[in-house]
Design a protein around this ligand. Structure first.
Ligand code: PLP
Length: 376
């Protein structure tokens, strides 16, 4: 199977797998235990924390391990609602876990920051509104999971700094695909391992002073997150992350981006009706979000057809047909639900080759022929 769904989960990398196996052998104890076996596990966590802090550019003392970015998004809005009564402002294109957590903890005190037609969070809206209002928190993701469009998080951070407003950045899709440097300046940052070759069910967040934990119980993580840490998962996550930072330092993503861009160019020639979303603006080097020709009544059919041909691709979010809702990201970009229902997401990984992209193009062509024959 050729795998083009890395924005959903990037399979465990060889290095991460080895690190995980090493860790279960070397660090079998509970990091909170007072004996040497426990201390070894605790030291492994500290080493991992040190490394993550260095990549992000923050203090290791401000990092907390989590089960992933959904937990972290919940923690962010829980914390913000405890420390201030004002509104939460978050981008209309945030991950559903951020939207749901904001609604849960802020109720109707939630304002959505609009996005442009290209899928970029509207900074003008933010700058304008900040002149007259003081939200409890502004949350803008680093890169969108559906379109891959990069978001102006550092400019938003600067604006929030100017106005003394806490800024949270969901960097789940950025980390491991682009350098993490600078993200540690945000008041809160969230990430998860399984988007860059680490294991599922493990992630981290950077927390601010005066942090109010969501999970309470034991004294783990300095009282910031109760529950025994996933030592092997964390060790494997930082091993994968180290590999990605090295590849990024060597600019290895540039060649991969050129393969992706060639695919877009060839796709445009093969199927001129295809529209690549966010095409003129900077996007993750691995992602193509495309509105496909209306050769299928639901984009799920594309996924099934490509699956039969040996390609794993995604709709990016639930299908609009039947009971399912259209993508909130495409809706925020001003797309009609019928258009949104034509979206497919192809997301490559570090191991994806030029040949994989070429084969994908052929498969898309064949799928198009098969689906068109079905409809006509
Ligand atoms: N935030 C973004 C931007 C994501 O893409 C995802 C995963 O799809 C999440 C949060 C949720 O992450 P996790 O799977 O670690 O809960």
């Amino acid at each position: 199977m050729r795998y083009f769904d890395h924005n959903a989960t990037s399979p465990l990398s060889t290095i991460a797998r080895q690190a995980w196996l090493d860790a279960i052998e070397r660090f079998p104890g509970n990091p909170s235990s007072p004996h040497r076996v426990g201390a070894r596990a605790d030291n492994a966590l500290n080493d991992a924390r040190q490394a993550a802090a260095q990549w992000l550019g923050c203090s290791p003392l401000d990092l907390v391990w989590t089960s992933g970015a959904t937990e972290a998004n919940n923690v962010v809005f829980h914390h913000a609602a405890q420390v201030a009564e004002a509104e939460a402002w978050l981008s209309a294109i945030e991950h559903p876990s951020a939207h749901a957590a904001a609604r849960k903890y802020f109720g109707d005190r939630v304002q959505l920051i609009p996005a442009t037609a290209d899928g970029v969070t509207d900074l003008n809206w933010l700058a304008d509104r900040l002149k007259a209002h003081r939200p409890a928190l502004v949350a803008i993701m680093a890169a969108n999971n559906e379109t891959g469009v990069l978001q102006p998080w550092s400019e938003a951070l600067a604006l929030c700094r100017e106005h003394g407003i806490p800024f949270a950045c969901d960097a789940a899709q950025w980390i491991g695909k682009l350098p993490a440097a600078g993200l540690g300046e945000c008041d809160l940052v969230m990430g998860c391992a399984h988007k860059f070759g680490g294991p599922q069910g493990v992630g981290f967040m950077k927390i601010p002073d005066g942090f109010r934990p969501l999970l309470v119980g034991g004294p783990q993580e300095d009282g910031h997150r109760a529950g025994t840490e996933n030592v092997a998962g964390i060790h494997a996550m930082t091993a994968a992350w180290a590999e990605r930072e090295r590849q990024l330092a060597d600019s290895e993503q540039e060649l991969r981006q050129s393969w992706r861009d060639q695919f877009i160019a060839d796709l445009g020639k093969a199927l001129p009706e295809v529209e690549v979303l966010g095409n003129p603006v900077p996007r993750l080097w691995n992602t193509v979000a495309a509105l496909m020709p209306a050769s299928a009544d639901c984009r799920r059919r594309w996924v099934v057809q490509l699956d039969k041909l040996g390609f794993a691709v995604s709709t990016g979010s639930a299908c609009a047909s039947g009971k399912e809702k259209p993508s909130h990201v495409l809706t925020a970009m001003g797309r009609h639900p019928r258009e949104a229902d034509r979206m497919l997401r192809f997301s490559a990984g570090w191991e994806t080759s030029a040949d994989d992209w070429r084969a994908l193009l052929d498969a898309v062509r064949s799928a198009h022929d098969a689906l068109s024959a079905r409809v006509s």
